[in-house]
Design a binder for this molecule. Structure first.
Ligand SMILES: [Fe+2]
Ligand SMILES: [Fe+2]
Length: 166
């Protein structure tokens, strides 16, 4: 099986975007269903963000310093999404702002995924080449094993708090 880093990340993106569409098509009154879908969105985003933040972005920054600005912007976009995820994780699906907050999260993450896939992942592919992308992907899959599943787990929450107060 290929461990090409960009192929793996795009597979994650597909799964995330599918969960977004599930939320959007669930219907106004499907409170329980939407609660479950948001739980799934939270898990998918928590794992995916961990892999990018801990493995992909730092390695790309090291190997391709020219992409520094794209990576900084991406960290900031993750940070905004993290804040919304932390809030959503402690909200009940029947809360007044639950749908609105989820919609804003979806808008933000869709924009972010589009920037990754259209703007800077192609530069990463060109700059790193096949072998480095395979190695990077293998490291990402190891990180996936230890990734938090929910933002309430200390490592994820601590990162968010550190980012807010630093
Ligand atoms: Fe990202
Ligand atoms: Fe991503």
């Amino acid at each position: 099986m290929s461990t090409d880093a960009i192929v793996l990340l795009k597979n994650d993106h597909k799964e995330i975007l599918k969960a977004f569409r599930d939320f959007e098509s669930a219907g106004e009154n499907a409170v329980k269903t939407k609660g479950k879908i948001v739980d799934r969105i939270i898990e998918l985003l928590t794992v995916h963000t961990y892999i990018e933040n801990e493995v992909m972005y730092p390695r790309v920054r090291e190997l391709l310093p020219g992409l520094e600005d794209d990576i900084d912007e991406s960290y900031e976009e993750h940070h905004v999404a993290d804040l919304l995820v932390v809030e959503l994780a402690s909200m009940k699906p029947d809360a007044e702002r639950f749908d609105a907050k989820t919609t804003v999260l979806i808008e933000n993450v869709r924009h972010h995924i589009e920037e990754e896939e259209q703007e800077w992942f192609p530069k990463v592919r060109e700059g790193l080449g096949r072998k480095a992308l395979q190695d990077l992907g293998a490291n990402m899959e190891m990180a996936r094993e230890r990734a938090p599943r929910r933002p309430s787990q200390p490592s994820a929450l601590k990162k968010t708090i550190d980012a807010v107060i630093s």
